[in-house]
Write a protein that binds this ligand. Structure first.
Ligand SMILES: *[C@@H]1O[C@H](CO)[C@@H](O)[C@H](O)[C@H]1NC(C)=O
Ligand SMILES: *[C@@H]1O[C@H](CO)[C@@H](O)[C@H](O)[C@H]1NC(C)=O
Ligand SMILES: *[C@@H]1O[C@H](CO)[C@@H](O)[C@H](O)[C@H]1NC(C)=O
Ligand SMILES: *[C@@H]1O[C@H](CO)[C@@H](O)[C@H](O)[C@H]1NC(C)=O
Ligand SMILES: *[C@@H]1O[C@H](CO)[C@@H](O)[C@H](O)[C@H]1NC(C)=O
Ligand SMILES: *[C@@H]1O[C@H](CO)[C@@H](O)[C@H](O)[C@H]1NC(C)=O
Ligand SMILES: CC(=O)N[C@H]1CO[C@H](CO)[C@@H](O)[C@@H]1O
Length: 506
């Protein structure tokens, strides 16, 4: 009888270890976005992901883990509340290096004493706020890579000790690792050692290129090494257990301003694209902003890279869609990886207003693909007739354009891309951020890198304010979206830090 039970336990164990993780990051930025782009922790579906990771906590001057905002207490409470609705859900807190000029991680790992200060504060903080684990997101430990490994060892030991002492499940420990992209490598980590300690590793297979020419930032394959395939093989060649690795999925796109008539991959650019109307960062568009852009744009599939791009006027975007997500899931299945890590929840079309594909079109699709029985073939969801078909031409056109009479997407202002304002003096000597003039009606504009950008969002069809969770936000949007001035707008390239890691183990 005892034998039966242990056999059963063994089978259950095998089953649980073959279940994919879907680790979803979300960031503190978007609570400051307005209108339809405003994302709150209440927008998180507790059943969408297996793990939700909040970005970020920071390390303070005393080497302790700390939250950094007045609003965060309520975020923590809501996150803990999600677990009341789905008891399987795990939540982690991510900690990152604050900035290159204030290298808190480096300082903290420097001695056993400072590491212990951090570790003790971490255990206290995570338990007080009801988190299930910690995710370490240190982009580049460099010469401190050995101390980073030691930190992970110390953390694991403390988590195990605490678990025994309190008889609670051990806190999880994960890391999000960023490859070096000049020549792709992970030399700045002891990655093989880390894999022995961590419950899982989220690999940032995104932002792999910042081109002087149009380039997709997260292709499955391509001619150079900046690809998901190269990075995965690199890590597997180090004999890291595949199931510890999670493939990074971007829910945002990288976009460019074209400088010539050429508009394919590899075309010359004059710089990043205009900021998206909500995220307000040049060259970086959330998926919902990309969906807005796709209306009236020409979209193409790059067969050799398994990702799409789209062009409208002089704006070029390399993005992800359900088809590229499917291809990436097929890949991670065939490599027996542990699952997927997404950056981030707030960049997907979380209220379903922009893409015409329901809530969280990318992440819901990712969940469905991961949940499917093991299946080798690249299947493209047959139920969606608008899915692009691959033709013999290298770039087969896709145009999943929705219009308002189909009832899915409204014109709102989403047909407008943000444009540069002709008066350059508007942003003279102004920090990046959102401003308005005193005239009536006020001109609302955003300053980014010294240039002024405007988006006119006044023509909205109220029919889109349906009784969905987004409806309330839309009403807000109708009346006041662009009149908020006294908040910090995330911008100026710092959004780069938004995509982070995540962890946890099933
Ligand atoms: C969000 O987190 C970052 C990194 O910890 C921090 O610098 C920033 O002030 C926080 N708040 C906002 C609004 O971005
Ligand atoms: C282990 O936990 C106990 C309390 O549960 C604590 O007193 C002790 O210092 C811990 N040891 C280590 C190595 O963290
Ligand atoms: C790609 O990686 C291979 C193998 O590590 C290396 O020999 C080659 O130089 C790399 N190519 C580029 C363009 O970095
Ligand atoms: C499924 O994938 C595995 C690993 O890539 C491969 O060895 C096997 O041949 C595939 N099976 C089918 C039916 O394609
Ligand atoms: C592969 O996936 C398709 C679509 O979900 C499914 O219909 C089919 O049964 C699967 N095949 C196998 C062998 O699992
Ligand atoms: C919008 O969609 C409807 C129904 O799908 C279609 O009949 C109509 O021609 C479309 N209008 C435009 C402008 O594309
Ligand atoms: C500035 C701008 O392009 N405004 C346009 C935004 O979209 C609406 C409806 O699609 C147009 O009427 C505006 O001209």
């Amino acid at each position: 009888m005892a034998g039966c039970w242990s056999l059963l336990a063994a089978l259950l164990f095998i089953h649980s270890t073959t279940t994919f993780k879907l680790v979803c990051h979300f960031s503190n930025w978007s609570q400051y976005t307005t209108g339809l782009g405003k994302f709150m922790v209440e927008d998180i579906d507790p059943f969408l992901c297996t793990h939700v990771v909040y970005n970020f906590a920071v390390i303070n001057h005393d080497n302790k883990l700390t939250g950094n905002e007045w609003a965060e207490k309520s975020i923590y409470q809501h996150l803990a509340g999600l677990k009341n609705r789905n008891s399987e859900l795990k939540t982690l807190l991510s900690v990152q290096e604050r900035s290159a000029s204030e290298p808190r991680f480096s300082k903290m790992v420097s001695s056993a004493a400072t590491r212990q200060t951090f570790i003790q504060s971490t255990v206290t903080f995570l338990r007080a706020q009801d988190f299930d684990g910690l995710d370490l997101d240190w982009n580049n430990p460099g010469n401190n890579k050995y101390k980073f490994t030691q930190l992970c060892k110390d953390l694991l030991q403390a988590f195990e000790n605490e678990s025994v002492g309190t008889e609670r499940p051990r806190l999880m420990l994960s890391a999000s690792l960023t490859p070096k992209t000049d020549v792709i490598s992970f030399d700045h980590y002891e990655v093989t050692e880390l894999a022995k300690i961590l419950d899982f590793i989220s690999v940032k297979t995104l932002d792999l290129s910042h081109g002087a020419v149009t380039t997709h930032h997260s292709p499955l394959y391509s001619n150079d090494n900046a690809t998901i395939d190269f990075i995965t093989q690199y890590l597997l060649d180090l004999e890291i257990p595949a199931e510890k690795l999670l493939l990074g999925f971007p829910a945002y796109a990288r976009s460019y301003t074209l400088s010539t008539e050429a508009s394919g991959p590899g075309a010359p650019v004059s710089g990043p694209a205009y900021p998206g109307p909500f995220t307000q960062e040049m060259g970086f568009w959330s998926h919902y902003e990309t969906c807005a852009f796709l209306q009236g744009a020409s979209a193409y599939w790059i067969d050799s890279q398994n990702v799409p791009y789209a062009v409208k006027n002089n704006q070029w975007v390399g993005f992800d869609n359900q088809k590229s997500y499917s291809a990436k899931v097929t890949y991670l299945r065939n490599q027996y990886l542990g699952g997927a890590a997404v950056w981030s929840l707030d960049f997907d079309d979380f209220n379903g207003r922009f893409c015409g594909q329901g809530y969280y079109p990318l992440i819901s699709h990712l969940k469905a693909e991961l949940g499917r029985e093991s299946n080798n073939t690249t299947t493209i969801e047959p139920e969606n007739p608008k899915t692009p078909k691959t033709t013999s031409s290298p770039h087969s056109s896709i145009s999943p354009v929705r219009n308002s009479s189909s009832g899915i997407v409204d014109p709102i202002c989403i047909n407008n891309i943000t444009v540069e304002h002709p008066d350059p003096s508007l942003c003279k000597d102004k920090a990046d951020g959102r401003y308005q003039t005193k005239q009536e009606p006020p001109l609302i504009y955003v300053c980014a890198l010294g240039k002024a950008y405007v988006t006119e969002c006044t023509t909205v069809h109220s029919q889109s304010a349906t009784a969905t969770p987004g409806g309330l936000l839309l009403n807000l949007f109708l009346t006041s979206t662009w009149s908020v001035t006294d908040i910090d707008v995330p911008g100026g390239g710092s959004r780069m830090t938004v995509r982070e890691r995540s962890t946890v183990l099933g």
